[in-house]
Design a protein around this ligand. Structure first.
Ligand SMILES: NC(=O)c1ccc[n+]([C@@H]2O[C@H](COP(=O)([O-])OP(=O)(O)OC[C@H]3O[C@@H](n4cnc5c(N)ncnc54)[C@H](O)[C@@H]3O)[C@@H](O)[C@H]2O)c1
Ligand SMILES: NC(=O)c1ccc[n+]([C@@H]2O[C@H](COP(=O)([O-])OP(=O)(O)OC[C@H]3O[C@@H](n4cnc5c(N)ncnc54)[C@H](O)[C@@H]3O)[C@@H](O)[C@H]2O)c1
Lengths: 207, 207
């Protein structure tokens, strides 16, 4: 088992390795990764060691090799399907974003209650009425649900998702949703990310 | 100076403490915080100790006291103004989101190039033409800029922001932007957050 803090960093290493790969670079040092992410260099080495990928002293890690190890770990070649509920400004921005492809993440269908939106397409993805969600989620065995609905709708939609077999909910609505123990909920709050930026800018010296 | 990993966690503690405060609870244990965030309990204690806030053994931290210490640290009562450039789906979702208020974060004005959007209002905030940005940023001494423009516009807008006195850029565009050393850039990538969710769901056992 990989510790959670390492799990959170490995996708970021992959992003950086992909950039170096695109630029045709052959090697990358753990110091280069640690500088880009403003983290401790020994931490980078420890994380990569978890993948059993060895570097060369003074030279660093071979880009092709590290990329392959990371792709295996992130299971890049396996499409990770998900459904998105709520196609307002946030839902549409997520549905349109092509940054998910690099990790093999795929939002296959969108759902809403607004009759004006049903049948519209965002790229290849179609907006279905939310009443079609349970049947489609079960038939296509989709386990990851993205919730971009208003706060007051979040719990209700989470219940429907869990009943239809969801195992993970990525929740953007500012609401605490209750789910059974075997369902993972990640509450995404961009406000917390913004606050962290502000703190770094003012890196408070509390002494 | 507070270490960066602790800086990233403290706003999340504040979110949880605010919930307990709203529910009228008197105390909170570090184990309760660690369970909600799936992190190590001793880490929570170490972080809170950085604020010089002491808990009572077996009882936990007094909610009012911990909330006050966190608010002082996060400088909650000091409004943190920012400008947002790019009012497409993502920009509008960010501008509309009321989750920023709890940290005293305030997006005071929005900017775009699309003539159909100029003059529109999102709540109290007005969309100005981007040509007005340098003058307004300098006059209002706004140091934090949120970039929600297409990839190919990101560097150009970052240059304009830096020239107008920006000290931190919260960048959503999938582009590496170059800025002087004294300017902080945080690249936000929701795809990385999504990938971390998937990894937690499948918590790979690499042994
Ligand atoms: N966590 C964050 O960082 C963050 C950032 C921005 C917005 N938000 C939140 O995300 C949510 C969406 O934001 P937005 O700006 O897109 O809002 P929005 O009002 O523009 O969109 C909401 C959409 O959900 C649809 N909807 C309502 N009830 C539904 C239901 N039961 N099933 C399916 N669809 C339903 C509406 O028709 C609409 O299309 C809000 O709760 C907002 O507070 C969170
Ligand atoms: N990092 C992430 O997690 C993430 C998630 C979603 C979207 N995105 C990215 O965020 C950006 C915005 O996404 P969107 O869905 O809102 O796109 P969009 O096309 O809907 O909106 C872009 C907006 O920017 C405006 N614009 C273009 N050039 C401008 C300039 N020079 N100055 C000011 N405004 C300008 C356009 O008029 C439009 O209103 C894109 O680059 C997208 O790839 C990132």
């Amino acid at each position: 088992k990989i510790p959670l803090p390492s799990l959170k960093r490995l996708p970021k290493y992959y992003s950086i390795v992909c950039e170096y790969y695109k630029e045709g670079k052959e090697y990358i040092k753990s110091s280069e990764i640690s500088k880009k992410l403003d983290i401790d260099e020994t931490q980078v080495r420890k994380d990569i060691a978890l993948l059993n990928c060895a570097g060369k002293p003074k030279v660093g890690f071979n880009i092709n090799e590290l990329k392959r190890y990371l792709e295996e770990f992130l299971d890049i070649n396996n499409m990770k399907d998900s459904f998105l509920i709520g196609t307002g400004n946030l839902g549409l921005a997520i549905a349109k974003y092509n940054g998910f492809e690099k990790y093999g993440l795929n939002i296959t269908a969108l759902f809403d209650t607004d009759p004006h939106k049903i049948g519209l397409k965002v790229g290849e993805k179609e907006i279905f009425h939310v009443s079609k969600f349970p049947d489609l989620a079960q038939r296509m065995r989709v386990k990851i649900i993205i919730l971009a609905v208003p706060r007051e709708e979040a719990q209700k939609m989470a219940d429907i998702a869990v009943k239809a077999g969801a195992k993970a909910i990525w929740n953007f609505a500012p609401a605490n949703i209750d789910v059974p123990k075997d369902v993972l909920v990640i509450n995404q709050d961009l406000a917390t990310d913004f606050m962290v930026l502000w703190l770094q800018l003012h890196n408070k010296d509390l002494s």
